[in-house]
Design a protein around this ligand. Structure first.
Ligand SMILES: Nc1ncnc2c1ncn2[C@@H]1O[C@H](COP(=O)(O)OP(=O)(O)OP(=O)(O)O)[C@@H](O)[C@H]1O
Ligand SMILES: [Mg+2]
Length: 255
């Protein structure tokens, strides 16, 4: 598995943060040492999704030399490491791209698996740090405007030397005229579809609870799809192991 993955998109609101957090939690539960870094500097959301206190040390504090990298690592549920970004407008003041680049280098050296939650269209702060050789997965909903914008972002990333591994189709089943997998893939440079996350009401419920779906609702359709994606990225085949109680629960939910 690549150790540093950018989670990007063309359009906003397609599910990058949800995918990043749940993929991070799924990989953590599988025993990997994961850190999620919120690099959606203008509109950071990871802290909201995980109910991280608004006075937590942030990436912005580290970039501005006000805190060490270690201090900015928030341990969620005693498991998942998260480096949140500053949600206040003043946390953007004095943002020095060189200092930011240096912090990114430190992060890359320090952790085993790093998932970067990017801004839509990648975001200038992230693009400025590209050295070439990074890996990326792109998230899109299966509708043309989102897919077409994703294709543009993939092109920009490739021009910068980023290795785009594939596509995560999110909210499958939600759109009336949903694009087929083959259409999505052929519109986005023939990249493979690495995962399909279904439309699932437990996703917004979990966001409101501040708990990743894979942690709070592990039997939900979305949670199982995130786990499948995690296995795929690890290069492993997903074999679902359900206890008898899980099977009964699933049966009761479906009928
Ligand atoms: N599989 C899903 N099923 C149902 N709703 C979903 C699903 N995935 C995401 N959502 C909804 O979409 C919203 C946006 O998701 P998310 O914040 O992950 O997108 P984003 O791409 O990170 O947005 P932004 O570009 O603003 O950072 C969520 O608040 C959630 O309600
Ligand atoms: Mg987001």
């Amino acid at each position: 598995m690549p150790n540093s993955i950018l989670v990007g998109s063309g359009k906003g609101g397609v599910g990058k943060t949800t995918v990043t957090i749940n993929l991070g939690m799924a990989l953590t539960l599988m025993g990997r040492d994961v850190v999620i870094v919120d690099v959606d500097i203008p509109t950071p959301n990871v802290g909201f999704h995980l109910d991280i206190p608004s006075d937590a040390v942030t990436l912005n504090d580290v970039v501005r030399g006000k805190a060490s990298l270690e201090q900015a690592v928030f341990l969620y549920a005693n498991r998942l490491k998260v480096i949140p970004s500053g949600i206040f407008i003043d946390s953007l003041e004095g943002f020095d791209p060189d200092a930011y680049r240096n912090v990114m280098k430190q992060i890359n050296k320090k952790f085993d698996v790093i998932l970067f939650d990017c801004a839509p269209g990648l975001g200038n702060e992230v693009v400025n740090t590209f050295k070439g050789g990074e890996m990326m997965v792109v998230v899109t909903t299966p509708e043309l405007p989102s897919v077409a914008d994703t294709a543009k972002s993939v092109q920009i990333a490739r021009d910068l030397g980023v290795d785009v591994k594939g596509i995560v189709v999110n909210r499958s089943g939600h759109f009336k005229a949903e694009m087929k997998d083959a259409q999505v893939s052929s519109t986005i440079n023939d990249l493979p579809i690495l995962g399909k996350i279904p439309e699932d009401p437990t996703v917004p419920t979990s966001i409101a609870e501040g708990v990743p779906v894979v942690f709070g609702h592990p039997l939900s359709p979305a949670a199982r799809a995130y786990k499948r994606l995690a296995y795929r990225l690890l290069g492993k085949k997903y074999v679902e192991r359900l206890s008898l109680a899980d099977k009964i629960n699933l049966f009761l939910k479906n009928y």
